[in-house]
Each structure stands twice: as C-alpha cells, then as structure tokens.
Design a protein around this ligand. Structure first.
Ligand SMILES: [Zn+2]
Length: 71
C-alpha cells in the first residue's frame, strides 16, 4: 500500500511591468526603452553588448566605457 500525497505546486507569477532579472545579488535590466520612439529595445550580447530598437533601429552600446577616445 502506498499513498501518494504529492501536490504539485502551481505558482502563477503575475506579470508585472518589471523588466529586471535578478541574478544573485545583481539586477540585470532585461528590457530597455528606446529614447527615440519609446519602443522596447532588444539586448544583444555579442560581439559587443548593445541595445537595439526594433522600431527605429536605434542602437545604444551599454556597459562599455569609453577607453579608446582621443583627448
Ligand atoms: Zn526606437
């Protein structure tokens, strides 16, 4: 005789307007808004981390410090 008392927990996470992903103690921005047209931008990791807008193809590099800049 064996009784199965397993209850699968269904956790429905409400969709909130948060575009952040928490990894450990770091908060990663998942989506960014285009400063031009206001559409959500897609993040590309390679070869350089950048954000591109699907609306107006606006591209913004992120996380890169200007190191190769002439003074
Ligand atoms: Zn745009």
């Amino acid at each position: 005789m064996s009784q199965k008392t397993e209850k699968p927990k269904k956790k429905e996470e409400p969709k909130v307007y948060t575009y952040y992903e928490i990894k450990g103690d770091k908060i990663i921005r998942k989506l960014k808004k285009c400063p031009r047209c206001g559409s959500f931008m897609a993040q590309h990791k390679g070869p350089r981390p950048r954000w591109t807008c699907g609306g107006c193809s606006y591209t913004e590099y992120s996380g890169i410090e200007k190191t190769s800049e002439h003074k």
